[in-house]
Design a protein around this ligand. Structure first.
Ligand code: AMP
Length: 284
């Protein structure tokens, strides 16, 4: 396992791999790795000759009032986990390495897809994501890049960017990995107190109830959203940012009755910790 801190180090390895006809898989992360990240690394391993895991807490996707400084940084254990899952390279650059000059150049997907859901409360978040992912794609030149459905809006924005900018790579999207009781694994779960951790179960429970309602014949998007919102609101420790239902893949408003594939997504605070979760509803 090699840990690269600079673009130059990684470029050398990538160029050598390309020269020898080797395929490259890239797993972009912000570190504090858990089994969710692990599932992406495990998926990348058999599909690529070289598996690169990037670990970079990207400052441009955090607003000034967000948790950039507090975000967990656990490089040593991350390296051990990535290695145990068969990753070949960790790319862990500094912010200066990724943003050597002032931040005047952005890659931004505009339009509705970046305005709804997390884009409403975090208006500069996704341009930070698409900018850093572009930089990573240009440095690592992956044949395949691995992302989690946990960040569903991010997935659809990156998909759009890859299509519109003709990035010559394949996106692989992996399902949400959950704790045994349903809580979606997240690097931010460590912020939760035991009481908040318990309260946060309402997210996966309310989404499962919506899936069940659809299986039972519910075809009203408004009723589904209302019932998820009501269930979460019953939990006194919750503070709802959004409960939204959108069409896939463009995240446009739904028309009733439902007929097609939809993203039902929530963002809720428990104390100071903001959690997101989602499910895809296939309504036919
Ligand atoms: P992050 O380090 O939070 O930026 O996440 C890096 C990648 O891991 C993103 O593509 C996430 O969607 C993915 N990821 C994070 N949590 C999970 C999870 N619970 N299940 C599957 N993928 C995840």
């Amino acid at each position: 396992m090699t840990v690269c801190k600079t673009r130059a180090e990684l470029r050398k390895i990538v160029e050598e791999a390309k020269k020898n006809g080797k395929s490259i898989g890239l797993v972009p992360t912000m570190g504090a790795l858990h089994e969710g990240h692990g599932s992406l690394i495990a998926a990348a391993r058999p599909e690529n000759d070289l598996v690169i895991v990037s670990i970079f807490v990207n400052p441009t996707q955090f607003a000034p009032n967000e948790d950039l400084d507090a975000y967990p940084r656990t490089l040593d254990t991350d390296v051990a986990l990535a290695e145990s899952l068969g990753a070949d390279i960790i790319f862990a650059p500094t912010a200066k390495e990724m943003y050597p000059s002032c931040d005047d150049t952005w890659v931004e997907v505009t339009g509705n897809i970046t305005k709804v859901l997390c884009g409403k409360s975090r208006p500069t978040h996704f341009r930070g994501v698409t900018t850093v992912v572009t930089k990573l794609f240009l440095i690592a030149c992956p044949d395949r890049a691995y992302f989690g459905q946990k960040d569903a809006q991010q997935v659809h924005i990156i998909r759009r960017m890859v299509k519109d900018l003709f990035f010559p790579l394949e996106l692989r999207i992996l399902p949400i990995i959950r704790e045994h009781d349903g809580l979606a694994k997240s690097s931010r779960n460590v912020y939760l107190s035991p009481e908040e951790r318990k309260a946060a179960l309402v997210l996966s429970q309310s989404l499962s109830a919506a899936e069940e309602a659809v299986r039972g014949g519910e075809r009203s998007g408004a009723r589904l959203v209302d019932s998820v919102r009501a269930q979460i609101a019953c939990e006194p420790m919750s503070n709802i940012e959004y409960v939204e239902l959108h069409t896939l893949p463009d995240l446009t408003p739904v028309t009733e009755p439902l007929n097609g594939a939809y993203l039902l997504a929530v963002a809720v605070r428990f104390g100071t910790t903001r959690l997101i979760d989602n499910t895809v509803l296939e309504v036919f």
